[in-house]
Design a binder for this molecule. Structure first.
Ligand SMILES: [Zn+2]
Length: 146
């Protein structure tokens, strides 16, 4: 059984080596679909009986990372010297420096790898992060799964 929680946030980026307009500074309303897989919990009388996981637990795990680190941030590739220099000399911004070019594909993989160890299988129901789908625009998304 799979359950999905959707988290949205605003973030700026640029794709430095892109052949067209994506190399300029711009932002997106991102949307991540966090897909969790596991068996349904059959422990009688517990709060999570009949669930794979409590949606509020996924929300808390995903939001604590996505909203604190990524929301209203500007994602910068650590090879992007121009932007690194800018953020070193200008205050009041929220840069997040990453070791990859910030495409939707890499953002999906990054979120997957960050959240995966935080999904704890407390009930022995095989609970694990199945995939992360990142929407960069209303018509474009990337999915990462292991
Ligand atoms: Zn973009």
């Amino acid at each position: 059984m799979q359950v999905v929680k959707i988290i949205q946030w605003d973030m700026g980026h640029r794709v430095m080596n892109h052949r067209s307009i994506c190399k300029g500074l711009h932002g997106h309303r991102y949307r991540a679909e966090i897909c969790i897989q596991g068996d349904m919990i059959d422990v009688e009388g517990v709060s999570e009986e009949g669930m794979v996981v409590d949606f509020s637990d996924i929300k808390e795990i995903a939001l604590s990372f996505i909203h604190s680190k990524l929301d209203h941030a500007f994602m910068v590739w650590d090879k992007d010297e121009e932007m690194i220099n800018f953020f070193n000399s200008s205050k009041g911004h929220k840069p997040i420096i990453v070791p990859f070019t910030p495409t939707a594909e890499n953002v999906a993989k990054y979120i997957f790898e960050t959240l995966s160890p935080k999904i704890i299988d407390n009930y022995g129901n095989g609970l694990h992060l199945m995939s992360v789908k990142v929407w960069e625009t209303p018509t474009s998304y990337a999915v990462y799964s292991e």
